[in-house]
Design a protein around this ligand. Sequence first.
Ligand code: NAD
Length: 477
Amino acid sequence: MQLNYIANTSVASSSGLTLPVIDPSDGQPFDAIQRSNAADIDSAVLAARQCLEGPWARINAAERGRLLMKLSAAVTAHAAELALLEQRDCGKPTKQAQADATALARYFEYYAGACDKLHGDTLPYLDGYSVLTWREPHGVTGHIVPWNYPMQIFGRSVGGALAAGNTCVVKPAEDACLSLIRVAQLAAEVGFPPGAINIVTGYGHEVGDALARHPGIDHISFTGSPSVGTLIQQVAAERHCPVTLELGGKSPQIVFADADLDAVIPTVINAIVQNAGQTCSAGSRLLVEDAIYEPLLARLGKAFEALRVGPATLDLDVGPLIRASQKIRVEGFLADAAAAGIGTVAQGRIVDEAPASGFYQAPTLLRDVPVDHRIAQEEVFGPVLAAMRFHGEDEAVALANATQFGLVAGVWTRDGSRQLRMAKRVRSGQVFINNYGAGGGVELPFGGVKSSGYGREKGFEALYGFTTLKTVAIRHG
Ligand code: NAD
């Protein structure tokens, strides 16, 4: 049984209720989390406030950095344990779960080094004045985390917030709590004061909503669906609480005829099957210049047919989806595509060892998807790649920008001038040229435009979002 973690103490919810923890690989419950309520959020926010105004206020930037570095080391020392927790909780194949634990340690390491490099400025102004700016923490920050990359999103969000001097109340997704509760315990063990990191589990519409509405929360960092992002914005607007929103995407991989297809093929496949396609930055649309459309689809089709799907511990190309409702959702998209006459080029195979009660979905490559079909417009959040053809740069740009989203784009061409033209014309928060994701670097600011959200996480840039700027003007004559 998992408990909330508030003020460095494991506590049951005052609701007396729990939720089952389901293993996506076999669909069976194996643990339970607290189904918390608004009173639990009150306790967590109070603990975070007392920490902010008490011990946390006395810990200077360099000391915060040392604490974060110790936490990074603790995560590294417990990486195997954390990866196993997340693997069972989220159905992640072994290498992916291990990579996520490594990334978590790296986020804490990166933000450890940044703590004492975040500073304000001095500004030239009128004679007789000195003007300076201070970067101050918001205060108590709320973090609503999704289930697809709990450790990575916790690392970038909580790591940045702590580095900037905030304290944190975290609401993990109801499907993915185990690793984050353990990380909060590790933080206590390395010396984070009670209340610096608090974890409260439960349903989004109950405890997530209570967190977003709480008057003691000074900033909200939300990663999840556009519809919940809208709710968060509305709730936060009532008390003018700043928010950072990361709401996913429908990201294009744009392949011109002069591209190096040997590099394109494995990258395009990884970008849609990684984490079973449940990645906000998944490359879920494949835009191909017509001269190479058929040959590229033929090669990709062969590669899709070779993909194997199975239980997380088998560490195949693809693990299960997170839960039964997500599988139903993905199947619904595929059924709509079939009903619209959209052709399937190829599918991967679910291995015989996969229990029928698990949430498996074969990776699927679709061809000639009309730009206005929902499979070309909406986030499927499954291993489904929608291919379309284009003729020339203008049509490539028009297709790339023809969704409500704008998170990430990949451009594949050897033409240097075209690389830069495309990078300028595509509307998204990140553009990758002849690669996709650049290895996920924690240093690289990440976030969207349009319905992909706003604000930036990752990199040094995130620290500006986790602070507020105070201008101090001194008239000294
Ligand atoms: P979601 O937006 O419902 O959940 C994300 C987080 O928000 C979870 O912690 C959830 O408990 C919480 N939440 C839900 N309702 C809330 C509310 N009313 N107030 C406050 N918090 C609330 O996403 P989901 O149901 O887990 O997934 C649905 C879809 O969202 C996916 O299919 C995918 O398209 C998208 N998604 C995107 C990302 C991303 O990284 N951008 C991550 C997860 C899901």
